[in-house]
Design a protein around this ligand. Structure first.
Ligand SMILES: Nc1ncnc2c1ncn2[C@@H]1O[C@H](COP(=O)(O)OP(=O)(O)OP(=O)(O)O)[C@@H](O)[C@H]1O
Length: 185
C-alpha cells in the first residue's frame, strides 16, 4: 500500500496530510502512531503522541465524563490537570452540556468532539488527527483551529488529514500521499 512514504515533523508546525480517497493517509497515520505494523521502515518519536482516529474508539454505554475519567487514568494525569484540560475542551469545543450523556445518545458531530477531546486531553507533544472535524458545524470548525493554533504556539506539533482546499492557509506545509509515497508541496 505504502512504499517510500516518509515524513519528519518538527515542534511548532501544523502539517496537512492530503491525498485522494484511498491513497493511504489513514494507513500512514496508523503506522506513525503504532496502531498498525509496517512491513518495513522505522518510526522515531519524541514526547507524548496524541491520536484522533477517523472512527471514534469509544464505549457506547459510557458518558462523555466517564470517557474523560477513563482516558485520563490511562494517561496517568493528575486530578488538577484533568479538571483544567476537561474544562478547556468542553468549553473550547462547546459540548459541556453533553457531559453526562451516554455516547450512544450523542449526535455524530458531538461524538466527533468527544473523539477529538480524548486525543487532546493529556496535552500531547505531537498530535495526529485523522479528519478530526468530520461533522463539525462551522463555529466548531473554527474553534478547532483555535485549539490547534494555541498548541502550535506552545511548540506542539500537529499533523492533520485534510480534504479541504479552504484549510490550506492554516498549514505550515502540506504533504501529499500519492502512488504509495509522500510528496512535499
Ligand atoms: N484494514 C484494512 N485491510 C485491508 N485494506 C485496507 C484496510 N484499511 C484500509 N485498506 C485499504 O487501504 C487503502 C488506503 O486506505 P486509507 O484508509 O489509508 O486511505 P485514506 O487516504 O485515508 O482514504 P480516505 O481519504 O478515504 O479516508 C484503501 O484502498 C483501503 O481500501
Amino acid at each position: 500500500m505504502l512504499a517510500g512514504a516518509d515524513i519528519e515533523l518538527y515542534p511548532g508546525e501544523v502539517v496537512g496530510l492530503v491525498g485522494e480517497n484511498g491513497s493511504g493517509k489513514s494507513t500512514f497515520m496508523k503506522v506513525l502512531v503504532g496502531a498498525l505494523d509496517a512491513d518495513a521502515g522505522t518510526v522515531t518519536t519524541r514526547g507524548r503522541i496524541g491520536y484522533c482516529p477517523q472512527e471514534p474508539l469509544v464505549y457506547s454505554r459510557l458518558t462523555c465524563d466517564e470517557h474523560i475519567e477513563l482516558f485520563s487514568r490511562a494517561y496517568g494525569m493528575s486530578d488538577a490537570d484533568v479538571r483544567r484540560s476537561r474544562d478547556e475542551l468542553y468549553e473550547g469545543l462547546t459540548f459541556a452540556r453533553y457531559a453526562a450523556v451516554r455516547v450512544d445518545r450523542l449526535s455524530g458531530g458531538t461524538l466527533s468532539k468527544l473523539n477529538l477531546a480524548l486525543a487532546l486531553l493529556p496535552d500531547p507533544d505531537v498530535l495526529l488527527l485523522d479528519e478530526p472535524y468530520a461533522g463539525f458545524d462551522w463555529d466548531t470548525y473554527l474553534r478547532f483551529w483555535d485549539l490547534v493554533e494555541a498548541r502550535r504556539a506552545r511548540g506542539k506539533t500537529v499533523l492533520v488529514v485534510s480534504h479541504f482546499v479552504v484549510d490550506e492557509h492554516r498549514f505550515t506545509r502540506i504533504v501529499d500521499v500519492r502512488d504509495g509515497r509522500t510528496w512535499s508541496r
